[in-house]
Design a protein around this ligand. Structure first.
Ligand SMILES: [Zn+2]
Length: 92
């Protein structure tokens, strides 16, 4: 739905775009939901999520706001939610 005008499940066109998705941290603090956090002392969230929600059926799609920043994630920084880039070519 990010690039479509209608919901792919119910074909309705009223879509809510959430620039950030709420997560909860220690002490019930509101934090933006992300794929992970690199480092411990100088922590940096990466893969912060945004969402598109169909206002009719509730179908929701999540996207990473800046997917290119995942290229810079270092696997040995002691962070959480770390992954790896699986190299592949363009999909047909
Ligand atoms: Zn829908």
């Amino acid at each position: 739905m990010k690039n479509a005008q209608c919901c792919i499940k119910c074909n309705q066109g009223k879509i809510f775009h959430a620039h950030d998705v709420l997560d909860r941290g220690e002490g019930n603090a509101g934090l933006p939901m992300a794929i992970g956090r690199s480092g411990v002392i100088h922590a940096h969230d990466f893969g912060t999520l945004e969402a598109y929600i169909c206002m009719s059926c509730g179908y929701t799609e999540f996207y990473v706001q800046n997917p290119r920043e995942l290229e810079d994630v270092q696997p040995d920084t002691g962070g959480i939610g770390l992954g790896e880039v699986r190299k592949g070519g363009p999909c047909a």
